[in-house]
Design a protein. Sequence first.
Length: 318
Amino acid sequence: MNRKRTKNHPFQLNEDRAILMVCFVIALIFWLIVKLSNPYKTTREVEFYVPLPQDKALSKRPPDDMTVELSGLGWDLAIDYFYHKTIKLVLPLNGTEEMTLNINQLRHEIKQYLRSDGIAIGEINYDQVTLKAEDKLSRKVPIALSADLAFAPDFHLKQAPILKPDSVEVSGPASLVKAITFWASDSIRLTDLKSNVRTNLKLKSPDYALELNTPTVQMQLEVEPFTEKSLFVPLKIVHKSGTDSIRIFPENITVQFKLGLSRFDSIQPKDFQAEVDFTGISKSSSNQTAPIQIVKQPASIQLLGFTPKSVKFFWIEE
């Protein structure tokens, strides 16, 4: 006698899978209930907010790395974490300029913030927190450029770097702002410069108590070709003792320097001062030579050298 084989229907397979899934979910729920009913410990970050009038600023502020250890049932800790991952404490100064919270006061403030009375407060990584406010001051200070510039051969700056703006307004506690005389930019390094540059440059980030009215400035560099030039510069005698006259030879020196093409015709001998210093030299001295030194030169040139380095001299009796 032949027995017919019965085929499994697709809906039977899906029903088995659904039952298995329901069983898995129920088991997971029971597992969570058991787990979350156990006591746990966790560490939470603590943030502070200190409301202040517009004319006040914090010169001593609360820490930004405070943590607190909490312990309690898993349910309580999970629900509290769901509502706020970070504990945020609001600490108004209420008209006073300074306030200090000891460890017990910190515990009280944190306890007030938690949603469950079943959560216990453990270790806090600060013993106390001090807040101090004072009058707020704003002032403008110049920006100090921090730049390392390297130029292609025979190129250099046409003029000093231009910053726009060239100053920044610093605001914060009066005691800190009064001590600031300049504000530095972030360092920038440029190499092989042979054309003009225009770029935005960040300023050094202020600390917690200070604010800047702008975080960046624009830096402009004008670069031009440099060329060599020579000039005859007359020598000046200084610190001569006695009334007798001195004759020196030569009376001029040759100065070699590099300068930008735009200033080639504007730099003249009058822009230099070369001196022969007779300090300590008298008529009785056996040495008949004196050194030459350049004491003044244009800021826009690169001095290469000068010749000769010394002069011969002789006394002329009056």
